[in-house]
Structure formats: C-alpha cells, structure tokens
Write a protein that binds this ligand. Structure first.
Ligand code: FNR
Length: 225
C-alpha cells in the first residue's frame, strides 16, 4: 500500500472552506448555457469519490436533458407542492406559496442520483446493523457533486418535493433502485450570499454554539468555541 502526506497549501485550504461556505441551493439564477461534457465528467468523478459503506458505491447518475421528462417531473412537483402548502396556516402558508422551490425547466440539466440497494450483494461490510448506510453514502456523493459544482460556477438545486414512487416510474427505475436526489444543474448569474430561505425570512442559521455539546471532559473545550 502506498501513502501520501502531501499538505494542502494555504490557498487550497481557503479554497475548500470557501466552497463549503459559498455553496448554495439554486432555484432561480440559472443561465441556459449547456454544461460541457468534460465539466460534467469532473462533477460526476467528484461524486464518485465520496465515501461509501463497505466501498459499496451504490450510486448511479441519470442525466436528464429531455424536456418531456422534466415536464413530467415538474407536474409531479406541482402536485406535491400543493399538498405541502396545506400543512401551513395563514401567513406562513402564503409565505410558503411565495417561495420558489425548484428550477426544473430553467436549468439546462437535471440529474437524478440513485441508490442501488442491492449493490455488492446481501452482505456489505458495515451495513449489517444500519441498513440505511447505503442511502447515507449516496447523500455524500450528492454533497461532493454540490461542492465541485460550486467551484465550477455551476449551481445545483435539490428538489425533494416529489413522490418517490412517481419519480421511480417516470425514470423507469427497477424496484431495488431508490431515487435519492433529483437535482437541477446549470451555470448561474450569481450565487446568493446566504441561503435563500434565510434571505426570504423563512428560517435562519442556528448558532453553532447551541449545537455543540460536550461530555464530562469535552465541556471546557466546547465553552471555548
Ligand atoms: C435533502 C435535501 C432536500 C432539499 C433541499 C436540501 C436538502 C439537503 N433543499 C435545499 C435547502 O432548502 C437548502 O439547502 C437550505 O435552505 C440551505 O440553503 P443553502 O443550501 O445553504 O443555500 C431544497 N430546496 C428547495 O427549494 N426545494 C426542495 O425540494 C429542497 N429539498
């Protein structure tokens, strides 16, 4: 086995944190420009280098350009979004209705990242006790792609206001394949400085200090944060 202990330069380190802090969920700022295939390949490579339980690599990437498939998914979104709005009352309901929560048609490319729950056979190392670790692994692939897209100037929007079974049918997925993330991708005019839901007063970022908890020994460390 070979190893490497190359350190990251200060600029590289800053670049990584910048990508993390400036990544955004994008719904509105998409430009129509096509994503070149070599750029898309880099994004998919980044996703494919995510960690996965037992090195299962349960993901597949369904690249969707077809307008008719996207129209079908948009119609499914509209239906689910109506139902979602009904869960709120009064002003909150109106506020919810005013939010734009997808960019399915405006983005030039849609991508469904799926999780093949049968990959690697019935016994995957690390997955015996917590079966959903294949889904967790696939989420990490999504995040890798999301960060890589940010440094390429490409916005990504995750659309989860969809019925999973309808989505599987629209994409002809077999039973054992779960449509984990339906994503809209495209170059953008700009990235917002803060989450759109925060900018629009829906919800704010919680203070980190309220979320970090120490055990008997960790308390002193936590209070220094
Ligand atoms: C699993 C999952 C599912 C969804 C999302 C995210 C994740 C992780 N987000 C995006 C979400 O609203 C967004 O990440 C937060 O508001 C924080 O904003 P930034 O991502 O930092 O811009 C999202 N956004 C949206 O407009 N429609 C949606 O259906 C969803 N669904």
């Amino acid at each position: 086995m070979t190893t490497s202990n190359h350190r990251f330069s200060d600029a590289e380190r800053r670049g990584l944190y910048r990508a993390i802090h400036e990544r955004r969920d994008v719904r509105s700022q998409f430009l129509p420009d096509r994503i070149p295939s070599d750029v898309l390949a880099r994004l998919l490579e980044a996703a494919h280098h995510a960690p996965s339980v037992g090195f299962m690599q349960p993901w597949d990437f369904i690249v969707i350009e077809s307008r008719s498939v996207r129209e079908t998914v948009l119609a499914m979104f509209e239906q689910e979004n109506q139902k979602a709005a009904e869960r709120f009352e009064g002003e909150r309901k109106e506020h919810y209705r005013s939010l734009k929560l997808q960019g399915i048609m405006e983005s030039p490319l849609n991508l469904c990242i799926t999780c093949d729950r049968s990959r690697g056979g019935p016994h995957v190392l690390g997955r015996n006790s917590i079966v959903d670790t294949d889904l967790f692994s696939t989420c990490l692939a999504v995040q890798n792609l999301w960060l890589a897209a940010r440094v390429e100037g490409i916005g990504v929007g995750w659309v989860s206001i969809l019925d999973q079974e309808q989505l599987s049918t629209a994409l002809n997925l077999p039973e054992h394949v779960y449509p984990l993330a339906y994503l809209c991708l495209g170059y953008v005019s700009d990235f917002l400085d803060q989450p759109e839901l925060e900018a629009k007063g829906w919800r704010s970022r919680l203070p980190l200090s309220e979320l970090v908890h120490g055990d008997q020994w960790g308390q002193a460390f936590v209070s220094g944060l």
